[in-house]
Design a protein around this ligand. Structure first.
Ligand code: RIB
Length: 301
């Protein structure tokens, strides 16, 4: 099956610091790098490297042609990326000595998507293909509605978490992906427990604590039933930027290619472990062969 990802494309400006800048403080950084990022682009790269056929739908400005080329280099179909007058989205990312990040995103072209562009991309999807989107573009609710009208599956990466955007989208989706903090914010709207979040399936990434995947067992859409967990691998962390995107891409691609949920979680965890041990976001995402080699060397999970 193919995966259509309507998602952001950012130019990541990454600054290495010992500690994040405090209010009023000026810091000299120890390193600077520019690379491809954006939750959408990172997830597309992870999906493609995991082996999926990926159609990326988005928008870039005249400064971002190289981002399209980077997506094409891993086999992603980019005809659905419009060139617009606005600048390509960009992010200012501090990465501290523990590899943690602090991110500012300037949306730019990412919020110029048109309804026609999204509808056309969704209309040509095949039965049972996955539609994926995040909160770094405009039109999230419209994308979800248009997707639900087709015989496809819908995965929503509800990041960055904005409750007013997320709540209206939940009734339309098949799989919700959030990190632990986002899950807690969302659960607060449904009685405080993750199991109360009303979606058919829920993937929660938990950083160094691994991830859980729960599937609804009742038609009431409460996902407290079948919960699978995977720990994270113990690796030396350089940069956690894009780790959740890598996990999502590998998990969804593995599920889509017919692997069972536990195997999909293990491949995703291995991919994220490799990714955090390298600098950058999209550039740090491993190939499927690298993930298989890592799992062969680290079979204990
Ligand atoms: O999830 C990581 C991504 O968030 C970065 O690549 C940055 O561009 C922001 O979108």
């Amino acid at each position: 099956m193919a995966i259509t990802n309507i998602g952001s494309i950012n130019i990541d400006n990454v600054y290495r610091v010992d500690d994040f800048a405090a209010p009023g403080e000026t810091l000299l950084v120890s390193d600077y790098a520019r690379g491809l990022g954006g939750k959408g682009a990172n997830q597309s790269i992870a999906l493609a490297k995991a082996g999926s056929q990926v159609f990326h739908i988005g928008a870039i400005g005249p400064d971002g042609e190289w981002t399209r080329e980077a997506l094409q280099e891993v086999g992603i179909h980019t005809q659905g990326i419009r060139l617009v007058q606005e600048s390509t989205g960009h992010a200012v990312i501090q990465v501290n000595s523990a590899g943690e990040n602090s991110i500012l995103v300037c949306s730019g072209a990412n919020i110029t998507l048109t309804q026609d562009q999204c509808r056309e991309a969704i209309m040509v999807m095949g039965d049972d293909d996955w539609l994926l989107f995040q909160n770094e573009t405009n039109l999230t609710r419209e994308i979800a509605e248009a997707g639900r009208a087709q015989p496809i599956k819908i995965c929503y990466s509800a990041a960055p978490f904005i409750a007013e955007l997320v709540l209206p989208v939940l009734p339309y989706i098949d799989l919700l992906v959030v990190n632990e903090l986002e899950a807690a914010s969302l659960a607060a709207h449904f009685g405080g427990q993750e199991g109360g979040i009303p979606v058919p399936a829920l993937l929660v990434t938990r950083g160094g604590k691994g991830a859980t995947y729960s599937v609804c067992e009742s038609p009431g859409h409460e996902n407290a039933g079948n919960v699978l967990s995977v720990p994270s691998f113990d690796v030396s962390v350089i940069d956690t930027t894009g780790a959740g995107d890598t996990f999502l891409g590998y998990f969804l691609s593995s599920l889509d290619t017919g692997l069972d949920a536990m195997t999909s979680l293990q491949r995703a965890s291995a991919a994220a472990a490799i990714q955090v041990s390298r600098p950058g976001a999209a550039d740090a995402i491993p190939t499927s062969a690298e993930v298989s080699e890592f799992l062969a060397r680290n079979p204990t999970i």
